[in-house]
Design a protein around this ligand. Sequence first.
Ligand SMILES: Nc1ncnc2c1ncn2[C@@H]1O[C@H](COP(=O)(O)OP(=O)(O)OP(=O)(O)O)[C@@H](O)[C@H]1O
Ligand SMILES: [Mg+2]
Length: 485
Amino acid sequence: MSSMGEIWMGMGTLMGGIMFAYTMIQQFVPRHVADYLSAYMHRTMAFANPYMEISFDEFTGVERLKLSQAYSAVEAYLGPKSSKLAKRLKAQIVKGHKDLAFSMDDYEEIIDDFQGVKIWWSMGKTIPETKSFSYYPSATEKRHLRLKFHRRHRETVTKSYLKHVIKVGKASMIENRHIRLYSNNANQGYYEYKKTLWGHVEFEHPVTFDHLAMDPVKKQEIIDDLVTFSMSRDYYMKIGKPWKRGYLLYGPPGTGKSSMIAAMAKLLNYDIYDLELTAVKDNSELKKLLQDTSNKSITVIEDVDCSLDLTGKRKKKKKKDDKEEKDPIKEKADDEEEESKQDSKVTLSGLLNVIDGLWSACGKERIIVFTTNYVEKLDPALIRRGRMDKHIEMSYCCFEGFKVFAKNYLDLESHELFDTVRRLIVEVKVSPADVAENLMPKTMKRDSRVCLQNLIKTLEKIKEDEKLIAEEESKKKENDGLVME
Ligand SMILES: Nc1ncnc2c1ncn2[C@@H]1O[C@H](COP(=O)(O)OP(=O)(O)OP(=O)(O)O)[C@@H](O)[C@H]1O
Ligand SMILES: [Mg+2]
């Protein structure tokens, strides 16, 4: 059986002959005759070549920065076949798998068989010509997978085979799926060749809802809300709304907002897109970024109050008023932060537009999460229901929250010191992050009593500090009252 290479060698000789004849003729015939002969020659070559080709480019979109889903599905379909059939393979370690994963190396070819039809798959890449020398791969080096088949099988390949490839590929992608953490900041790096809209790493955060210390009723309500959302495709269709949901997580630092996002992604097996707004040039880049997020994903804007000057003039005015009292180092840091915000031309209306305008309807099963420490600073338009459908307050640690930590960190369900903790924890404002830190054993002996005593000491200290602050404040108020009189 002749290989694809041999067939092409024969074809090459024929084409070479035609090209040579054409070059000779070109020198001796007038221009319009040469043009006619050129068109004729292309038709002859197409007629002489019985094979057809279809390409799948790794990146799509106008700027070729968007990872093609079709390419990924084909790659997943070809994976197991490549490891059996290809002579040159690329090997990589895939997280969560014991064995190495193999794929076809560049310019390698394998043959697939579908209902008796032979299909040749090859992996290629385009490398643009560059004038300057570089150690790094080119910015625009793009891979493609190409299939060739006899044109008499056109119907079978285009109508049945490719459907089969995409279906099997997608199923394999879901089966081997690992949650990914995408970031739009990761690829602003030094090396041009790495530039894509989103960079990603495997998401390996160990936290789940079981680890979250919070009111158990509230926790269950959030879990139910998320699961109901993920199973409501038909319902969203029925009510004529895009299948998306917005969550606003607000509360003081260290109360578990970021941990909650990680737990959400783990629960639903969704990817996370961590959108750093200050790194987004303008509204149109924001649209592009959002369009390039996949279905079944959570787009996160952390500290949305700090990301942009979304609060408008009110905030700037306040800054000016504050200035006299500020220490110079803090002032410099704030100015730098302000400058970085001004580099970005994303506006509040641009952000609103992508959340609930035309752009939000371009995907399915999307969650958007905003986090903030200062909910009162946000523009009401940004967080109104329908945009941020569910507002979740993450607050200071309660006794129920402490019990979750005690169980997870110390394997304790009860202890004689629990009552002291119960009494103190309701009296003070302590973040779950502080409780977690105190309960973390500091020696290999992991003495639970010592950990609980550490926590009690911290709670007592906070209580004392809060008392002092309250006393000072009331004194100040008294003095102010006297001055007024
Ligand atoms: N509710 C919680 N349950 C379990 N662990 C928590 C909780 N809150 C905080 N922690 C612990 O504290 C650390 C910091 O929490 P996290 O980053 O989620 O807080 P945050 O609310 O996002 O804070 P910030 O507002 O500063 O971003 C976490 O790594 C986790 O160990
Ligand atoms: Mg956080």
